[in-house]
Design a protein around this ligand. Structure first.
Ligand code: SF4
Length: 278
């Protein structure tokens, strides 16, 4: 079930992201959102999982988010999980006690667009987070028993910051140890600041081979704890998945077999139509 609490993204500044550029961020009136919940509960009273949209629904603030969770709890008796996109700023604003309360109301999974663990790359892409506060938020979520699903963007630093992107991402992920981890590719979409940077020559996108090499370099030095790993998004050049560290060797073998077949094509720069499929 999808429930829309916010419209757009409270940050809306990441240079690669075209998702909510046309939407002005706002928190919907709670009464309206609760009416949506009631309507959905009439249609699917046995729903078990709810995702709260749009970007960063926690930006609505604790009281509003908790009121929504309580209502969801009340209207969906079989509810097992509430999830939402989270970011460091909004999650760190909540106290440990508030997070524990949300967890008690089944808010148990946050999708985190980590993108990179490198301070330089995070600055370049205007993520609005530092490696330190990303690690701090992961600690806070762990203490409240809220799982994180971290998303890494291969190629986010371009050619100039690739080594730094790999180094910082390994470091932060090894501290975070997220329950779920996905590698996506940083797609360069028309009408974004990143596309302008590429056109001005200020960002050199990675070749297909270099993107796979980044995936391999990060994977081989990760120290995870039974993390469910996926690299199967439409932006990925290949489809991989498994548990880390249990399947690390197998995943690396698959990547090694594919590397010689990858070439110097740059597939991450996309047309407007391709951008729409992401
Ligand atoms: S990547 Fe996420 S946080 Fe950044 S602008 Fe897009 S929706 Fe907002």
């Amino acid at each position: 079930m999808l429930i829309q609490l916010t419209v757009g993204c409270s940050h809306n500044q990441c240079i690669f992201c075209a998702m909510y550029r046309e939407k002005r961020y706002r928190v919907r009136p709670l009464a309206e959102v609760l009416e949506d919940v009631d309507a959905l509960a009439r249609m699917a009273p046995r729903a078990r999982r709810v995702f709260v949209c749009d970007g960063n629904a926690l930006s609505a603030g604790f009281e509003t988010f908790a009121a929504l969770c309580r209502h969801l709890h009340h209207r969906f008796p079989a509810l097992e999980r509430i999830s939402a996109y989270v970011n460091a700023r909004d999650l760190l604003r909540l106290s440990d006690e508030e997070l524990r309360q949300l967890r008690g109301l089944e808010f148990s999974l946050g999708y985190l667009g980590l993108e990179s663990g490198s301070a330089e790359v995070l600055r370049l892409i205007h993520k609005g987070a530092t490696p330190e506060n990303l690690v701090e938020m992961a600690d806070k979520a762990r203490k409240a028993d809220i799982a994180l699903s971290a998303i890494v963007l291969l190629g986010a630093g371009g050619k100039a910051l690739s080594v730094e992107h790999i180094r910082g991402t390994i470091e932060v992920l090894n501290l975070m140890k997220p329950s779920y981890l996905s590698f996506l590719t940083a797609m360069i979409v028309p009408m974004t600041p990143l596309m302008c940077l590429v056109e001005e020559g200020g960002f050199q996108p990675l070749t297909d081979r270099a993107i796979l090499q980044e995936a391999k370099s990060i994977l081989e030095r990760l120290e995870m704890d039974h993390t469910l790993f996926r690299m199967n998004h439409v932006s990925n050049l290949i489809s991989l998945g498994g548990r880390l560290p249990e399947d690390t060797r197998l995943l690396l073998k698959q990547l090694e077999a594919l590397l010689p077949k990858a070439d110097d094509t740059i597939s991450c720069v996309c047309s407007e139509e391709e951008g729409l499929t992401l």
